[in-house]
Design a binder for this molecule. Structure first.
Ligand SMILES: [Fe+2]
Length: 388
C-alpha cells in the first residue's frame, strides 16, 4: 500500500464471490472448488436457535457437514477462536464456513490461522507474518456492512487482559463468499440501518484516505451509489430481495475499497466508543460520519465533490468546501430517515469523558490514514464535541 500522490500501490483481492438469490445452494460446489471435504460451520447460538439460517446451510452441505461451532460472541475473543479451532480438529474438519455478521467471519479467520499454524491465536498477532496458505474459508455474511468477507483484517479481544489485538494478513482473506439476499431478509430494520452505515463509512473513508488508489476509488464510489439507493429500501421493506442483494454487494465492494486504502477518523472514533461504551460499530460510525466530513471539508472538498455526485446531490455552483458540507448534511439526513441515533449523547456516551475518548483516538490505527491530518487530541475533541 502507498500514498495517493505517488501512484504506486498494490491490491490483493482473492475472494471468489458467488452472488444471487438462493446462492447458498452453490455451497457444495464452492467447497469442492476450495478443496474442502469436511466443512465446519462457524456461527453463534442466536442464529442457530432463533433462526433457520444454520439449518439451511446444514441442509445445503448435506453429508459433507463436519460439525457446527456456535461459540461466536459479538466481539470475538482469544478463547472463542482457540476453542473453535480445537472443535474443528475434533470433528476432523478441513475447512470453515462462517455464517453471521463480522464477528463470525473474523472468528473463522482467526481459527484458520490456529488450525494451520498451531498454538493460540495470541501467538500470531501482527501484520504480514503468514507465509503459507491458511485453512480454506468460505464466508456467508448475514448482515450487509462489515465487508469482512473480503478483507485482510481481524480484531480480536483478549477479554481477560482487556486488550485488543489487531491482525492484518493477506493470507486470511476468505477464499470464497456467498452473497445470498435470501439469508438477510430477516435482519431487523435497526441492524440493517446500522450495518449499512458501516458500509457507507468504509466507502467514504476509503475514497478520502491517504492510502487510496484507483482501484479503491472505483469500488468506493460504486458502493456509495448502492448504499444511497438501496439502504433506505432495505430498511423500510426488509423482504425486498433486490435491495437486500444490492446492500450485500455494497458491503463487499466497500470492503474491497478499504481493504487496500484503510479507513480514517470516523473509525478511529467509533473504535473507541465501541470499546468503552459498547456502542454498535455501525451506529458509532453513523453518528460520527457527518461531523468528520464537516471537519475535513476544507481540505477534502474535491474528493467530497465526487462523493456528492455518487450520492446524486444537487451541487451545481457550490465550491469544494460547500460541496463537502452539503454531502455531510445529506449523510445526516439519511441517518434521520433510517431512524438511527444522531448524537453521542443519544447512545449514553458521557460528556465528561469526551476528552479521554479524544486522547484514545489519537493512537487508533485508523487515524493515520485520514485524508486530513487528525492525529491531534484537540482536533479530535472538537469533532467529538460536535457529535455529542
Ligand atoms: Fe467498519
Amino acid at each position: 500500500m502507498s500514498c495517493a500522490n505517488d501512484l504506486s500501490f498494490s491490491v490483493y483481492q482473492p475472494t471468489r464471490l458467488v452472488f444471487g438469490d438462493g446462492a447458498v445452494g452453490e455451497l457444495v460446489s464452492e467447497c469442492k472448488r476450495h478443496h474442502i471435504e469436511r466443512p465446519v460451520i462457524v456461527t453463534d447460538k442466536i442464529l442457530r436457535t432463533k433462526t433457520d439460517l444454520v439449518s439451511r446451510v446444514e441442509k445445503s452441505l448435506g453429508a459433507r457437514l463436519g460439525g457446527v461451532y456456535d461459540g461466536v460472541i459479538p466481539d470475538t475473543g482469544v478463547e472463542v477462536i482457540d476453542d473453535g479451532a480445537t472443535f474443528v480438529k475434533k470433528c476432523g474438519g478441513d475447512g470453515l464456513i462462517s455464517l453471521g455478521g463480522g464477528s463470525a467471519i473474523d472468528t473463522a479467520k482467526g481459527m484458520a490461522i490456529v488450525l494451520t499454524e498451531g498454538g493460540s491465536i495470541r501467538d500470531h498477532q501482527g501484520a504480514s507474518r503468514l507465509i503459507r496458505k491458511q485453512t480454506p474459508h468460505i464466508a456467508i455474511p448475514t448482515t450487509a456492512g462489515t465487508g469482512s468477507e473480503v478483507t485482510l483484517y481481524i480484531v480480536v479481544k483478549d477479554h481477560a487482559a482487556h486488550e485488543k489485538m489487531n491482525f492484518m494478513e493477506d493470507r486470511i482473506i476468505p477464499d470464497g463468499a456467498i452473497l445470498d439476499p435470501a439469508l438477510t431478509v430477516g435482519m431487523p430494520a435497526l441492524l440493517t440501518a446500522a450495518t449499512g452505515m458501516d458500509a457507507l463509512t468504509h466507502a467514504i473513508e476509503a475514497y478520502t484516505s491517504l492510502n487510496r488508489n484507483p482501484v479503491s476509488d472505483a469500488n468506493a464510489l460504486h458502493a456509495i451509489r448502492l448504499v444511497v439507493e438501496f439502504l433506505p429500501r432495505a430498511v423500510e421493506h426488509g423482504d425486498d430481495k433486490i435491495a437486500r442483494g444490492q446492500m450485500l454487494l455494497a458491503a463487499s465492494i466497500a470492503g474491497m475499497a478499504f481493504n487496500s486504502s484503510g479507513v480514517g477518523m470516523v473509525h478511529a472514533m467509533a473504535h473507541v466508543i465501541g470499546a468503552r461504551y459498547g456502542v454498535h460499530h455501525g451506529t458509532a460510525n453513523a453518528i460520527c460520519l457527518p461531523h468528520v466530513m464537516r471537519f475535513c471539508s476544507d481540505e477534502l472538498g474535491a474528493r467530497y465533490r465526487d462523493i456528492a455526485d455518487a450520492m446524486k446531490l444537487p451541487i451545481a455552483g457550490l465550491g469544494d468546501e460547500a460541496t463537502g458540507q452539503r454531502a455531510a448534511d445529506a449523510v445526516a439526513e439519511l441517518l434521520k430517515k433510517l431512524k438511527l441515533p444522531l448524537r453521542l449523547r443519544d447512545v449514553a456516551v458521557p460528556e465528561a469523558e469526551l476528552e479521554a475518548c479524544a486522547e484514545a483516538s489519537t493512537s487508533d490505527g485508523a487515524i493515520v490514514f485520514n485524508g486530513k491530518f487528525a492525529t491531534d487530541k484537540d482536533l479530535l475533541l472538537g469533532v467529538y464535541r460536535n457529535a455529542y
